[in-house]
Design a protein around this ligand. Structure first.
Ligand code: NAG
Ligand code: NAG
Ligand code: NAG
Ligand code: NAG
Length: 365
């Protein structure tokens, strides 16, 4: 925890004490719930601190603003949603030399990406919803379900049968207020399914805490979705006797899970946007601190993010939900929002970087 972190937390506590509870309640933009979360796991074994992501090669440095999620097409080209509303395509020219193109403009702030069975790119853009994107063309597939409009379409994956599974992280707060949703700690999210044959969207699960990335298993008999603010990813059965039910996949993660990708060969890659920091742990324990952080977030969201982001990583987890490798960068002040394995490399996207990170995989996976 750096000095700015301590300063922000200390400032929050001081303001909380000085301002008084009632005055605070009147001005606070959120309605925080009490929440009881497990103690952070010990950083032992797979979770041990490491610097495997340090010295990552910065692909497309300066040419990509704030890449969030990543997807790869059948020709091995990477796609990412950029902060400027473009889906960028990154082609490998020679080894790590890349060509970055403005592929298709979707507007807003594209988040989750996945290729569909017709070669289309499915994109979650928080305020527009689920998009079907082909070169130069954007179609909105879904923007509401059960009469409730999405405010935060977030993570997506597509099945071999053409079904599209995606999340709406919150019906209450949009992308620019994501910190408020996180600080409020109330379940505003849903897991959804778009059926392309009937062009309808159904709600698989509701009352989720910031549901984020989604990834189907190898057999497509279950999917995994991450609930960021509960530090966990859940398993939702799509086939078999447990069809339609939820069970734990991996709980009490060492960080806040974001996008998740299945690599086609037994491993899920979960981006942990930040490790669990003391400042966030304190905030979760005290709704009053969250009121103050929400007030600061309204004025200077960057200050709150700086206070809570530390040591982002990408966690590899097998199909049983057991962690098998962690790639972390203790010195990176950016978040890591997606991790994707391609060949012998791990790539990462970050809402706060101007490049895509790349490291050769060094662990036996
Ligand atoms: C891509 O779009 C951005 C934002 O509109 C623009 O600044 C940039 O020059 C474009 N890049 C290329 C290669 O056309
Ligand atoms: C997306 O659009 C393409 C081209 O129109 C179409 O072939 C494909 O079926 C669409 N995908 C979905 C999931 O609707
Ligand atoms: C798939 O996983 C197996 C077992 O872990 C490994 O030996 C093999 O190299 C992997 N294949 C690819 C293409 O990564
Ligand atoms: C992180 O950065 C600090 C100062 O920039 C440096 O002293 C430290 O060795 C770095 N940590 C690692 C694990 O490289």
């Amino acid at each position: 925890m750096g000095n700015p972190t301590i300063a922000v937390v200390a400032a929050a506590l001081c303001i909380a004490l000085a301002a008084g509870w009632k005055a605070l309640l009147r001005t606070s933009p959120i309605d925080p719930a009490s929440i009881d979360l497990p103690h952070p796991p010990q950083r032992l074994g797979v979770f041990a601190h490491n610097n495997r992501l340090q010295n990552a090669h910065k692909l497309g440095s300066g040419l990509i603003s704030n890449p969030e999620d990543l997807a790869v097409d059948s020709q091995g080209r990477l796609y990412t949603g950029s902060g400027d509303g473009w889906i960028k395509r990154i082609s490998f020219v020679d080894n790590l030399d890349v060509l970055v193109e403005n592929w298709t403009y979707v507007g807003g702030r594209p988040l989750g990406l996945a290729f569909g069975i017709h070669g289309e790119l499915l994109v979650c853009e928080p305020s527009q919803g689920l998009l079907n994107v082909t070169e130069g063309h954007v179609e909105i597939l879904a923007e509401e379900a059960d009469g409730l409009k999405f405010k935060f379409a977030d993570g997506v994956d597509a099945s071999r049968e053409g079904a599209v599974y995606f999340t709406d992280a919150s019906y209450k707060y949009g992308f620019h207020d994501h910190l408020l949703d996180m600080l409020e700690y109330r379940p505003h999210g849903r897991l959804l399914k778009y059926d392309s044959s009937t062009k309808t969207t159904s709600v698989l699960l509701k009352d989720l805490y910031f549901p984020n990335g989604v990834a189907l298993s190898a057999k497509q008999d279950f999917l995994v979705f991450c609930e960021t603010t509960l530090y966990r990813c859940q398993k939702y059965w799509l086939e078999g006797p447990e069809k339609g039910t939820v069970e734990s996949f991996i709980d009490n993660l060492p960080g806040l899970p974001d996008n998740i990708h299945y690599d086609g060969n037994g491993t899920f890659w979960i981006a942990l946007a930040t490790s669990r920091t003391l400042s966030w742990t304190i905030a979760t324990k005290f709704p009053s601190v969250r009121h103050v952080l929400a007030l600061i977030a309204r004025l200077a969201p960057g200050a709150v993010i700086d206070a809570i982001v530390n040591e982002p990583s990408v966690l590899a987890v097998n199909e049983m939900g057991n962690p098998i490798a962690l790639y972390a960068d203790p010195n990176l002040s950016n978040q890591i929002n997606s991790g994707l394995k391609m060949g012998d490399s791990l790539y990462y996207g970050s809402l706060t970087a101007d490049y895509i990170g790349h490291v050769p995989l060094t662990e036996e996976i």
